[in-house]
Each structure stands twice: as C-alpha cells, then as structure tokens.
Design a protein around this ligand. Structure first.
Ligand code: ADP
Ligand code: MG
Length: 685
C-alpha cells in the first residue's frame, strides 16, 4: 500500500506532486518517512492567567472582539481569546483573508503559538488553531513538520493523517523479520510510525526514531557485508612467511621507529597465517608507511606471490613506482607501472608480463583494478591513502585473487568504529612515533588582507632565504572550485608572478589539467632539484616525498579543509632540515581563522583529524565521494556509533542464518538494501 504514488492522496495535484518529487518524496512511504522536526505538547491547555512569560503556549478559549480590516493590499484579522480564568489574550493574523470566515465570534477554539508582550498585553501572532472538538483538533503531543518547498508543515501533518486513514500504520508489514526485531530489541514498524507521527507519550517518539535509525544502519551493514562477501572472510588465503620482511628491513639505511617495528610484526603475523590479512595502517604523514608496504611486498615476492599497490593519483603512483622499483632492483624483483595514459603497446606488454607472472609488483592508480588486468598469483593488495577509494573499488580488487592479503594505509585517521563500517572486519596498526631527527614544522599564518605581523611579502622573503640555502619550496595555488581548468588558470597566474619574483631560481608549474607526461617531467625535475620552487594545485597533495623541500606556502588556505592542510604541510619536513609552512589567509571568517589557529598549534595528525570532525562534521570527511557509502536519512555515522556496532552484530547474525538473503522472511529486507544502495553498487543479490 505504502508504495503508492502520493498523488493518490486527496489534495495532491500535479504541482504539489512536483514539489514533493523535487524533495525526493514520491510514494506514501517516502512521506511517512518524512519525520517531524519537533513536537508541541498540547496535552493540557494552560489558563491564560498563568502565563507570566513569553514562550510557546497552548490555550483554549472563546473568540470575542473580532475585527477585520481590509485595504486593497493588506488584511488584518484581530480578536481576543478569553478562557475560563477570565483573562484575555490578543490574536492577530495578517493577510489571511480566508480566516475571516473560519473564525467565528463567540465560538471556542484551541490555539497554539508563541506568546509575546505587546504594550503589556499578551499577544499571539499567527497561532496554530483549531475549532474545539473538530476533526483536526490535535490534542496531545503534536508533531511539527518542516515545510517541503511551498507545502506547509501543517498540510503535511494532515496528509500523513490521511495516509493513516487509508492505509493504517497498524497494518504496515514490517521489512525487518520478527526474530530480528526481538533479537535487536526494537519496536516494529507500525509502532514506530504511530509513535513518530501520533505519539501518545514522549518515550514512544524516541523508540520510533531509534527503530528507524537502527533499521537504516542494519540495512547499510547487511548490504556492506553482502557486498564484501562475508563468507570470504572465513576462507583461507595465501600464506606468506612474514619473517622475510625483516630481511628487507635489515638492509635499510635507517632503523625503524618503535611503532614501525610493531606494525611489521603485526603484518608478519597476518601474512604467515592462512586467514587473509585485512589490516589498516594508520600513520601520520611522514611516519614512514611506505617501507612497511615494501617489506611486505618483498616477503610476498620471495614466496612467489604477486603484489598490487594502488595510489590515489598518477603522480603518486609514479613516485611510488620509482622508489619501489629502485629499492627492489637489487633483489631482482620486477615492478611494473600501470596508469591510464600509457601507450597501448607498453600497457599490453605490462599486462602480459603480469599475467605470466614475470612482474611481481604492479603499481598504479585504480587502473590496476580495471577488468582487463589479470594476475598470475596475486597474494597481496596494498592501497595507499585508502580513504579515497570507494567500497566498491576495493571490492573489485579483492575479487582479483581468491582471498588476497589486504593492507590499507592512510594518513587520515578514521575512528575505529567507522573504519570497521567502511573496511569491514579489519585489524588496525597505528604509527605515532616519527623517524629520528625529524624537526617539527614551523607553521605561520599570514592574513593577506590586513597589516599583520607577517605579510605576504615577508613570507616570500623567507622562501627566498630557504632557496638560498639550497632548499626547495612548494607554493599551493588557490583552489577556486572543483574545475581543474579554473584551478589551472589561477595556478598559472601565480606561477607568472613568482617567476618574476624569483627570477634567479627555477620556478616550475604543475596542475591537474596538464598532460600526464608533462606532469611527470615536472615532478622528476623537482626531485632532481632542477626546479627550486614548484607552483602547484592540490594534485601534489598526497604522499609526494622530496626530503630537500623545506617550505610549503599555501595561498588562500581558507579554501582547504584541515585534513587537506595537514596533508599539504606533510610534504615538507621529510628530511633533516627545519621546515616551514605558511598559510596565507584571504578571509577573516571564523572557521578560516580557527582552522589556521589549529594548524599553527597542532602538528599531530590524529588530533587534527578529530578537530576536523568537530568543525566539519563527518558528512564531509566521510563524504560519499570518499567512502562510497550511500546517503543516510536518519542515522549519523559518528553520533550513532553504538547503534552502528549493535546493528553490525545483528547483520552478521542475519547473514549467518541466510548468507544470500534467499529466505522468504528476508525478502523485504533484501529489497530495502537494494533501495538504499541504488545503482551505486552492483549487488550480486
Ligand atoms: P608516509 O608515511 O607519509 O607515506 P613515507 O613512507 O613516504 O611516509 O616516508 C617518509 C620518508 O621517511 C621517506 O623518505 C622514508 O624513506 C623515510 N623513513 C621512513 N622510515 C624511516 C625511519 N625509521 N628513519 C628514517 N627515515 C625513515
Ligand atoms: Mg605515503
């Protein structure tokens, strides 16, 4: 019944249907799941005499002294309400012609609204009202709905009442099976809908909302588990002798930090076991995650297994390819690079060698997981900066081998509970200690608009000082919008300015709109120190490693989020030199300033991530583009973490009992999962 279109309701014509559908409401069910924004307690009217301060009140009384004035443009309806206490309250409606006939003198109505004082008199403007004893005389706890476009909340209230009349909430079939309701200790959908739209007491509202939140998270989790092939987790994966990792580590020119060592033993244990590894490595920028990946890939290669290493950008993939292939040359381990803009001939050669097992380590962007890539014996999959990959991409990669060991590295710490949702049942290693000798990056904020202590000119003088010492610098051009072309323009302008300013040095330009070869050439020149100062858009953001670079200037830094600023700053201070980060602010907005303050005082990426979460909320950090999860209507990933955990447990139980949701009792739940994920994820249901 609830699947019917909303135009089956009385009072909904073409126009209103359009308005609703613009707001994603097209069926009765959609409307029923449009929840009140608040509730008004209209259980007991207050006597007018007892009103002693301004606020929302519910009063019942008789209309007297009614006047109606109308000019050609305006109308005003005025009257007093007198109740049993004998006291009076003044009521005014502006421009509400139709009300003049609806409100009759000497009849009784209930009024709900905000009472204020006007020249000492109690007054209500535009209250919600109802003729006493009429059908619409909502008593009790009354839901208040936000308007939908031009459709008023009041109208929505009566539409929902209408739905309950033609298709009683009491008779709605629950999509969650009975045994699950019991197990999860949540109310059924009928109770929830009644509780939310027609509550008898307040706890009912909470119970109803909890049910919908739980419901949504359960759907999310069950869907995720299905997508990930929950059953796979119990199966056996490739066994790789993890001890071999230490062979590689022993040959490094530096000693691992304490946390790096712990991570190596974690990984070694995982690899050695026949349960596939599923590990998240969280380590701040510059904490040295790459060597962990290298040592694991080394161990895999020694045992005849192939590894795939994915990076979020082509520049980064190439850089990783360069360092990793150089490092592996001595050991005779062959590496290959796969990026989208390669010649077909080269690509084919690499694909063939990969298929024949001649290449042990393949490095690339998401091109590595495209369908035409075949492996000979894939044993290990590593993704760098995983938060940028969607669930489905990761899934595709996992499908390349039976059950490869999976390792995910990120510099953006994600709270454990959320990581579990996104990455499934994984283990986590955290690297907090930094390599020896690293100096703290000095961060300074410059307000370009006022005469602050630090002017933009002074910033560039400091840059000059560093270049003089033989260091290199990055300057990040403002991020104008999502368009690479426009960003490229702004970068080009800045490049021209700085070329003049730094005429004694080599200034380079890098932006996303450049052909791939040109980009790599510029990066190579920067590595080889042929470029002293690199003007770049954010393409440079993640992972780039040039230890000689000691200055990072970020123009219009207010355009960037905290996590991004931290990533950018992490491009310097990667070697032995004291490094600097300058944030040039072009805005005096509170968020811009508080972000800059945080950057100035905090260097710990984990703390910054938490601050980011506070400032932006998880919506942005865990935005759909990044995590690949569907949008949620009722639940909130960070706010409802405990519900999330509980729903994960229940989701596991459901799938234990019915792994592919083929049982009848689960058919509605299955549909709901499909509904939630839409076309985003091709569910193999
Ligand atoms: P990230 O964690 O940001 O990916 P990288 O793996 O790129 O960091 O490491 C940054 C730099 O630190 C690299 O040049 C790397 O060789 C170096 N490095 C890693 N571990 C150590 C260590 N224990 N001691 C000294 N230098 C290290
Ligand atoms: Mg890295």
């Amino acid at each position: 019944m609830l699947e019917q279109s909303i135009d089956t309701l009385k009072g909904i014509g073409q126009r209103k249907m359009e308005i609703f559908s613009e707001h994603n409401i097209s069926t009765l069910k959609d409307l029923v799941l449009y929840l009140p924004k608040s509730y008004e307690d209209r259980r007991h009217p207050i006597s007018i005499r007892q009103i002693t301060s301004e606020g929302n009140y519910f009063v019942v009384g008789r209309v007297i002294n009614k006047t109606f004035k109308r000019t050609w443009k305006k109308s005003i309806l005025n009257f007093d309400v007198v109740d049993q206490s004998g006291d009076m309250l003044h009521v005014i409606f502006f421009n509400a012609l139709y009300l003049n006939n609806m409100i009759k003198e000497n009849e009784e109505y209930s009024f709900f609204g905000h009472v204020n004082y006007n020249l000492g008199w109690l007054q209500m403007v535009h209250p919600d009202f109802c003729k006493l004893g009429s059908k619409n005389d909502f008593r009790g706890i009354v839901p208040v709905y936000s308007n939908v476009g031009s459709i008023s909340g009041r109208q929505i209230r009566s539409l929902i009442k209408q739905i309950d009349d033609i298709s009683p909430f009491d008779k709605v079939t629950d999509w969650i099976p009975d045994d699950v309701l019991k197990e999860a200790n949540i109310c059924n959908i009928s109770y929830a809908l009644n509780g939310i739209h027609f509550p008898k007491f307040k706890s009912q509202i909470l119970e109803g909302r909890y049910r919908l939140i739980f419901d949504e998270l359960l759907t999310l989790e069950t869907g995720l588990l299905l997508i990930k092939g929950r059953s796979g987790l119990d199966e056996k994966g490739p066994v790789i002798s993890g001890e071999k990792m230490w062979e590689y580590i022993d040959n490094l020119p530096f000693e691992l930090t304490k946390d790096q060592k712990t991570a190596v033993s974690d990984i070694a244990t995982d690899l050695s076991s026949n349960k596939p590894m599923n590990r998240l490595i969280q380590g701040d920028v510059g904490s040295g995650k790459t060597v962990l990946a290298e040592s694991a890939m080394y161990a895999a290669a020694e045992e005849g297994y192939q590894s795939a290493f994915m990076a979020p950008t082509e520049i980064l993939a190439k850089q990783h390819y360069e360092t990793i292939s150089k490092a592996f040359q001595k050991q005779g381990i062959r590496c290959g690079l796969l990026v989208s803009k390669q010649s077909q001939k080269l690509k084919n050669a690499i694909l063939n060698d990969l298929k024949d097992g001649k290449i042990s380590v393949i490095i690339g962007t998401h091109a590595v997981i495209s369908n035409n890539v075949e492996f000979n014996k894939l044993g290990l999959v590593i993704t760098d900066e995983q938060h940028r990959f969607g669930v489905n991409q990761r899934q595709m990669l996992t499908e390349k081998a039976v059950n490869p060991n999976v390792m995910v590295m990120t510099a953006t710490p994600i709270p454990r509970t959320i990581a579990v949702v996104i990455f499934g049942d994984l283990d986590i290693s955290i690297i907090k200690s930094m390599p020896k000798g690293r100096k703290k990056i000095i961060t300074r904020v410059c307000h370009s608009s006022n005469n602050s202590f630090l002017t933009r000119d002074m910033v560039y003088e400091n840059v000059q000082q560093e270049l003089k010492k033989g260091r290199q610098a990055y300057v990040i051009a403002p991020l104008i919008d999502e368009s690479e072309v426009i960003d490229a323009n702004s970068a080009t302008k800045l490049f021209e300015e700085l070329q003049t300013k730094f005429s004694n040095y080599n200034v380079g330009l890098l932006h996303g709109d450049m052909p791939s070869e040109e980009k790599s050439k510029i990066m190579e020149d920067f590595y080889d120190k042929k470029i002293d100062l690199l003007v770049s858009t954010v393409v440079i953001e993640v992972g780039i490693n040039v230890p000689n670079a000691s200055v990072m200037v970020i123009e219009n830094s207010e355009r960037f989020g905290l996590a991004q600023l931290h990533q950018l700053r992490g491009r310097v201070g990667r070697g032995e030199y004291q490094s600097y980060c300058y944030l040039i602010l072009n805005s005096k907005s509170d968020t811009a300033i508080s972000r800059a303050d945080i950057m100035e005082s905090i260097s710990d990426g984990f703390v910054i991530a938490e601050e980011d979460l506070k400032l932006r909320g998880p919506g942005d950090i865990l935005g759909k583009r990044q995590h690949g999860l569907p949008d949620l209507k009722f639940a909130h990933l960070t706010k409802h973490i405990d519900v999330l955990q509980r729903s994960l447990e229940i989701a596991n139980k459901i799938l234990e009992d019915d792994p592919n949701l083929t049982k009848d009792k689960n058919s509605m739940l299955k549909n709901r999962i499909k509904e939630l994920y839409g076309d985003d994820l091709s569910l193999t249901l």
